[in-house]
Design a protein around this ligand. Structure first.
Ligand SMILES: Cc1cc2nc3c(=O)[nH]c(=O)nc-3n(C[C@H](O)[C@H](O)[C@H](O)COP(=O)(O)OP(=O)(O)OC[C@H]3O[C@@H](n4cnc5c(N)ncnc54)[C@H](O)[C@@H]3O)c2cc1C
Length: 380
């Protein structure tokens, strides 16, 4: 395959690239998507399926209120994205196990509760309500929690979806809409041309007027091919699932006592994560870190005691796309007309539907995109 031509080339077949390509094709664009591996097999197929909205407690505690205020405008973006998630099963014609039953961050000390309250004030200023619950109110909402819980912050809009269903379903919808999907096609070099860009891959070269870099954790390497420096990197994470049990946890659960995201899938397995690091083997591949596994399970069982009687059956690892300040990088690169970055870090699964909508608007030069001011580092 040499010098194939198209209007828009999307680099990266994770959920962000696939949804962007799908939206572009539905609007009539001629779109080809290049993916180095199989579609949806990196972060988008290996994440924990949380649909996040509230500011993450560990980062709030670590980085403080100034950081949270700078990140605050992203909350409106995420809120829009979660409402798009609500309609996604109907849009793809498949049940993606989307449940928005609310998310609760659980405090075990007064100091933690105080921080949750301060965090809620910033969330409120950006249109996201996090209701503060005292011990009794929390017990009523979430009777499965430990007696050590003294209160919490409840955000009714959060929830979960099944990434193992969502990303393949989006890929099929994109293909039906006319996107040319090319898995096992790694981008190895890019050059500017008078009429756009030439992209060299492991399967020949392509020419396109417009280019969307949705390469997730590897997006920095792809941007560097056009001498564009971006502060995005890959961080190794792990997640664990328990054996299936009867209905236990209807919410997305976080803890202020340690890193945790916890939810129960529709098949009964409890999915336990929250940003615990995986180990790197000498050859660069990832492996489960036993220390992270033990730490993660201890935090989970400290919040939901029933979990100490349930066996963990499988852990897995993947690289998450992260930026130092958590802010997304979305938009056209100044000085590189037609080269777009589509990068929502850390919670990119939650943000994908809105990311894709905004990217399609930008690539097509359509009105209707909400302002990215304060959200994307490219709009500062
Ligand atoms: C373990 C883990 C748990 C997570 N849990 C959650 C969660 O619960 N909720 C949440 O919202 N987010 C979560 N995340 C984050 C979320 O999964 C990611 O932010 C999101 O999936 C990013 O989507 P993406 O499409 O941008 O990137 P990816 O899914 O990483 O896709 C990028 C694609 O680009 C391809 N690519 C890279 N370089 C090239 C190249 N040179 N040529 C061609 N293709 C290339 C890659 O192979 C990859 O398939 C988690 C991440 C991890 C790792």
């Amino acid at each position: 395959m040499t010098d194939a031509r198209c209007d828009v080339l999307v680099i990266g077949g994770g959920i962000a690239g696939l949804m962007t390509a799908w939206n572009l094709a539905e609007a009539g664009a001629d779109v080809t998507l290049l993916e180095a591996h199989d579609l949806g097999t990196q972060a988008s197929g290996a994440n924990a399926g949380s649909l996040h909205l509230q500011i993450q407690y560990p980062e709030f505690a670590a980085y403080g209120e100034d950081w949270a205020r700078a990140y605050g405008p992203c909350l409106g973006f995420l809120k829009e994205s979660l409402s798009l998630w609500k309609g996604l099963s109907a849009r793809v014609g498949e049940d993606l196990d989307v449940k928005l039953g609310g998310g609760v961050v659980v405090a075990q000390t007064d100091a933690q509760m105080h921080l949750i309250a301060r965090k809620a004030k910033i969330e409120e200023a950006h249109g996201v309500e996090t209701r503060l619950l005292n011990r009794n109110e929390l017990r009523t909402v979430a009777p499965y929690l430990s007696d050590k819980a003294i209160g919490g912050g409840f955000c009714a809009l959060e929830g979960k979806a099944n990434p193992l269903r969502a990303t393949p379903a989006v890929a099929m919808a994109a293909e039906r809409a006319g996107v040319c999907l090319l898995p096992n096609t790694e981008v190895m070099g890019i050059s500017s041309e008078p009429s756009g860009y030439r992209v060299m891959t492991s399967r020949g070269s392509f020419q396109a007027k417009r280019l969307v870099n949705a390469a997730g954790a590897a997006a920095g390497k792809v941007a560097a091919m056009l001498d564009v420096p971006i502060e995005i990197d890959g961080f190794p994470l792990q997640v664990t699932v328990s054996e299936p049990v009867g209905p236990l946890i209807p919410h997305l659960v976080y803890s202020a006592a340690g890193k945790l995201s916890l939810k129960q899938a529709s098949n009964g397995g409890c999915i336990i994560g929250g940003g615990w690091p995986a180990a790197r083997r000498p050859d660069g591949t990832l492996a489960t870190d036993p220390g992270s596994l033990a730490g993660n399970m201890a935090v989970a069982a400290g919040v939901v005691p029933k979990l100490s009687q349930i066996r963990a059956v499988r852990s897995w690892t993947a690289w998450v796309n992260g930026t130092p300040d958590w802010r997304p990088i979305l938009g056209e690169v100044p000085g590189k007309p037609g080269f777009f970055l589509s990068l929502f870090p850390w919670v990119g699964f939650s943000a994908a539907p809105m990311t894709a909508e905004v990217m399609a608007d930008l690539v097509l030069g359509r009105n209707g995109t909400a302002s990215l001011k304060g959200i994307s580092v490219l709009a500062d």
